[in-house]
Design a protein around this ligand. Structure first.
Ligand code: FMN
Length: 350
């Protein structure tokens, strides 16, 4: 199946789509799950902030839902100005957004979920996958998977009182994927809206191969609607995935979409659309950050994934990494957009 077929299929059925939130029951919903796949843009701290999401949605439509990078609520019970920007009223943005929460405190989770409800959001996501040492050392993110009994108590406390439905984004465990045999039955006890599975353990970080066999295991052992996440970077991989796993209801893409922002758009990724998108991002970050250094720094992070969408990027990539002034940044990126041919698909080097 190519992307045009996916689009036609999805748009044809869009009118009859059950309202999000009534999933899991009814023949039509089951049929829908087989015929259709959701495309979610993964939460990525430092990359998918509100400026990026807004512009990505405008320049490259085709993503069903975006996720915020995680909110880490504190006992202070207030949102910082930056967090407020990341959580605008749900009806003030033109795309669907799911806020993500990272905490091990049920009270903090519930407080944050209430903030999300007040802003008009209809679901919140719990981060059970962040592998960062500072996060797991505090028993948060993937660190929550280390102690299944505490995880169970935490889930009991939040699911019994949450003002919003909860979806879970998880790894398989901290060290050993076999730990998931204990963890999945715990998830199964709660009415999770969705399970987003990144089939790696914490010690794999984002580098080691994904453990696809655990996707099979999960599909066989849960009724929670499943969204797969991990190393999908091209349309042909999406097609292969949807043929192999018709039971999965969605795919969440992270680095693949950062590196190929138009992958899911009807027009695909072109050099001209990329250049316009990156110019708009630069303007957005310049006015948000009030200085060119931070704006450039933010965009260079994107470029570390985007470069391998081009053929023969190595030399200009090196110049871009070394660029210290805005003029230089603009000149090198313009040269990349206008002189390097786009590769047929992303050719990831991560
Ligand atoms: C720079 C960076 C920041 C990330 N930030 C978050 C985050 O805030 N919340 C989260 O759940 N996952 C985060 N992730 C993980 C991604 O959401 C995703 O699970 C991971 O990149 C694997 O998917 P991919 O292979 O499609 O990129 C981050 C990953 C990276 C590389």
């Amino acid at each position: 199946m190519n992307i045009a077929a996916l689009w036609i299929n999805r748009r044809r059925l869009e009118k009859n789509r059950p309202p999000y939130g009534k999933g899991g029951v009814g023949t039509f919903w089951k049929l829908w799950q087989v015929l259709d796949l959701y495309f979610d843009f993964a939460p990525m701290e430092g990359l998918t902030d509100h400026i990026y999401r807004e512009l990505h949605h405008r320049y490259f439509p085709g993503v069903d839902r975006y996720y915020t990078p995680f909110f880490s609520p504190t006992i202070h019970r207030s949102l910082t100005p930056r967090e407020r920007l990341e959580l605008p009223p749900a009806d003030s943005i033109g795309y669907r957004l799911v806020p993500q929460i990272l905490t091990k405190s049920p009270e903090d989770f519930l407080w944050m979920a209430e903030q999300c409800r007040e802003q008009g959001y209809t679901v919140v996501n719990l981060n059970l996958g962040c592998p960062s040492g500072t996060v797991t050392a505090k028993g948060k993110g993937a660190g929550m998977l280390a102690d299944p009994d505490s995880l169970d108590r935490f889930l009991d406390a939040i699911f019994s009182k949450s003002p919003l439905p909860i979806s879970l984004k998880t790894r398989l465990g901290m060290e050993n994927p076999e730990d998931f045999v204990k963890i999945l039955p715990i998830f199964n006890r709660y009415p999770a809206r969705e399970l987003i599975l990144h089939p790696r353990v914490r010690k794999d970080f984002y580098k080691l191969p994904v453990r696809r066999e655990w996707l099979d295991y999960t599909l066989e052992n849960t009724n929670i609607p499943l969204c797969y996440n991990g190393n999908i970077t091209s349309l042909s991989e999406i097609s292969q995935f949807s043929a192999r796993y018709p039971q999965a209801r969605g795919i969440m893409l992270g680095r693949g979409l950062i590196g190929d922002p138009g992958m899911l758009s009807p027009g695909g990724t072109t050099a001209a659309s990329l250049e316009a998108f990156f110019e708009a991002l630069l303007e957005g970050y310049l006015s948000a950050f009030g200085g060119s250094r931070n704006a450039m720094f933010r965009l260079k992070e994107h470029w570390s994934y985007l470069l391998c969408r081009f053929e023969g990027w190595e030399k200009l990539g090196k110049r871009l990494r070394k660029a210290t002034s805005l003029e230089e940044y603009r000149a090198v990126t313009h040269e990349i957009f206008t002189s390097l041919p786009l590769a047929p698909a992303l050719n990831p080097n991560w």
